[in-house]
Design a protein around this ligand. Structure first.
Ligand code: DC
Length: 207
């Protein structure tokens, strides 16, 4: 019943789209792919001296399970390899096959509703102001013992926004038919409830 029912969730860094995506996938019993991990895995390999395109073409699922993919350095490296058209092309099939799997799928990223799954049944764009996103990321990093200052985290968020939105290839932007969820003044529960309601309004049901 949920076969081929794809939910595309896009948005800038630290807007809460990962949390919302996980919760929506759990609520409906759908599979979830955090597509940022693909770019992070390629970015991490580039930091280790590999060629970006070669790394993208030879990526395996196990590469996505590395805990070190969550560091600020890898995030910036991911955003840099993500501007390369050939890298994006090399990661396309994996994402489209995941989206088409039986039982329903949630994919989150930057270009899911616009490029990867333009025919997704539901498209959400989860966003928040740069300051609020930096505050959340700062709290998260501090909790993990990473001691970057708030100013550094805010500058990182803004640099990544600029690179992700201004690139020529698949820039970050809401699809024309996306529902915008601004989480600046929402709790996690409220953001998840808004996302679940949007999926239900589009006919989404538990798998
Ligand atoms: O969602 P994230 O912060 O893990 O993503 C890391 C970087 O990867 C992001 O700054 C841009 C890139 N990315 C992308 O270009 N397209 C996607 N679908 C997902 C991530």
């Amino acid at each position: 019943m949920a076969d081929g029912f794809t939910i595309a969730i896009d948005g800038p860094a630290a807007a809460g789209k990962g949390t919302v995506s996980k919760a929506v996938a759990e609520y409906f019993g759908f599979a979830h792919l955090d597509t940022g991990l693909l770019y992070r895995a390629v970015g991490a390999k580039v930091l280790a001296g590999r060629d970006a395109l070669d790394a993208a073409r030879t990526l395996v699922v196990e590469d996505l399970e590395d805990d070190s993919l969550r560091t600020p350095d890898v995030a910036q490296a991911a955003s840099k390899v993500a501007v390369i058209a050939e890298v994006r092309a090399a990661l396309l099939d994996f994402q489209r096959s995941f989206a088409a799997r039986s039982g329903g799928a949630v994919l989150d990223g930057r270009d899911i509703g616009t490029v990867i799954c333009p025919h997704a049944r539901v498209k959400l764009f989860v966003t928040a102001s740069a300051e609020i996103r930096a505050q959340r990321r700062f709290a998260e990093l501090s909790g993990r013992g990473i001691t970057d200052s708030f100013e550094t985290v805010l500058a990182d968020v803004k640099a990544r926004d600029a690179r992700d939105m201004e690139r020529v290839e698949a820039p970050l932007k809401p699809a024309d038919d996306a529902t915008i969820i601004d989480t600046s003044r929402l709790t996690i529960d409220q953001a998840v409830a808004a996302a679940v309601a949007a999926v239900q309004a589009a006919g989404g049901q538990k798998a």
